[in-house]
Design a protein around this ligand. Structure first.
Ligand code: NAD
Length: 263
């Protein structure tokens, strides 16, 4: 799985086609969408039009909450594949754990079937707290390849990252730039950016890369799409990474997975 990919949350279907095409042109090879984003079709059209060999691409989509359950998962997966215009995805994720519904294990058993059939090369979860993962690991066979969670300098998720590492689960950071809301103006980050003649977004993405996180920044602005993948030609020194580590506030931008149950 490429360590840096392109996210398309909140990008309308027609704009997603253009944005994904721009990202593929800029060199991204991993795309993160979801059934609930309503842009699997636009994403699929851009992939088809790119002419890039399928084996060179890594496509992730996610099962929405209202489709949790064994049979409904199988149906929802068929719909996603059809919209994407693909015969397999590289990664299929349960979007939220929904602990109050208690359907994650049944849902994941359908994921294991999809994986066995070769239609999802790997399977995983999103927004699972360690307690949700522990339960899933006890009830299913395949260790999730990935847990995609909210993670940025204001929410560094140290306990979750450690738990994932122990279990052999990759940590993927959603909203890696903190949704661009304030994080990119934090003086410590601006100062590090000036020091390296880079942008604050590049510094934050580089911090993730050096920590070992998979990142999927989103932008619909071509210059930013290019900027966000151009993070492999410089390195943060220990002084920079400890200044960023000190920014943790355990502050979520999104919902709390323990209670989020919107279907
Ligand atoms: P992000 O942290 O990637 O921030 C995106 C925003 O930051 C943009 O809309 C723009 O305003 C700004 N931005 C982007 N590049 C910039 C740059 N170079 N300079 C200045 N500002 C810049 O936020 P996100 O979109 O919430 O998260 C990324 C992806 O993560 C999503 O697109 C989606 O694929 C995924 N995601 C998953 C979940 C989940 O529940 N699994 C939830 C949210 C997001």
């Amino acid at each position: 799985m490429p360590q840096l990919g392109f996210g398309v949350w909140q990008v309308p279907d027609d704009e997603a086609e253009t944005a994904v095409a721009t990202a593929l042109e800029a060199g991204y090879r991993s795309i993160d969408t979801a059934a609930i984003y309503g842009n699997e079709e636009g994403t699929g059209k851009a992939i088809a039009a790119s002419g890039i060999a399928r084996d060179d691409l890594f496509v992730t989509t996610k099962l929405w909450n209202s489709d949790q359950g064994y049979d409904s998962t199988l149906r929802a997966f068929d719909t996603s594949l059809e919209k994407l215009g693909l015969d397999h995805v590289d990664l299929y994720l349960i979007h939220w754990p929904l602990p109050s519904k208690n359907l994650a294990a049944d849902t994941y058993k359908a994921f294991e079937k999809i994986h066995a059939d070769g239609r999802a090369k790997s399977i995983g979860v999103s927004n699972f707290l360690p307690e949700h993962l522990e339960r899933l690991l006890g009830e299913t066979s395949i260790v999730p390849a990935v847990n995609q969670i909210e993670l940025h300098p204001h929410l560094q998720q140290r306990a979750a990252r450690e738990f994932h590492a122990e279990q052999g689960i990759a940590t993927e950071a959603w909203s890696p730039l903190g949704q661009g809301k304030g994080l990119l103006e934090v003086p410590a980050i601006v100062a590090i950016a000036q020091k390296h003649a880079r942008t604050p977004a590049q510094v934050v993405l580089r911090w993730h890369i050096q920590l070992g996180n998979v990142v999927i920044p989103k932008s619909v602005t071509p210059s930013r799409i290019k900027e966000n993948i151009d993070v492999f030609g410089f390195e943060l020194d220990p002084e920079d990474t400890s200044a960023i580590s000190a920014l943790n506030e355990d502050r979520r931008l999104g919902p709390d997975p323990a209670t989020f149950d919107v279907a």
